[in-house]
Design a protein. Sequence first.
Length: 279
Amino acid sequence: MKCLATADIKLKPRKKDSRKGDNGRVLVIGGSIDYVGAAYLAGMAAFRAGADLVTIAAPGRVAWVINCLSPDLITKKFEGNFFTVAAINEAVKISKKFDVTLIGNGLGKNAKTLKFAAEACREIKGPKVIDADAISAIRIQDVQDSILTPHLGEYAALMMNSNCNGGFRQLQRTIGSNIVLLKGYIDKKAGRVNAIISRDGIAYAKGGNPGMTVGGTGDVLAGLVAGLVAQHNEPLAAAKAALYANGKAADALLRKYGYGFIASDLLEKVPEALRRFTK
């Protein structure tokens, strides 16, 4: 198993004459009455990746809580306690104003919400990051230009929905313009190894530690990917850099806190880990 080298990761430098918005506008569609923090973590991670503007589309009461958590985040408030297909048209309309859409964080598994997620992933055009509950609602054949960030359980659901049970090689034949970033402990012999699968190849990346089982670390990773894609980086490079930074940040926190660190701690550490790619 050959793991990717950081020298292989190339991100675009920021222009000195940049204006607001030039470095990425991110839309996060997520949140539900039971899961407020996930969308917040994803949005803040997009900022920490260097995006200029982040808007979170969420159910009304969820969005108000997110406004209280951070004055940096803009929110678009939808009716109800969770998303339903009634919100599709408005969500698609809003997404056209952004460089990338991240969907899934904290949506929940309400049947009506999963139907919304599946339709939104199909109807929203342009670059997308699909995470968490939205992953189990789709077939990979039904989405395009997307980076999917499943853990092992979500990956299994995606493969079942997609009728793709032959491993990474079979996935490559059906993946199209998408990228799958499979995170977590996928190889017992090699240790904590993540996989990045695209139609052009399979890359493996070591990094991170068992402390990352704490809730929310995946939301941070998805937000990092979205923030880097929004800055017009190549999707594959964005996925690799985000994965590296998330793992390095977690390793730094392990040295400081042991296994007592939480996902929001990562937000303070990932910019330093990304610096090697964004100077």
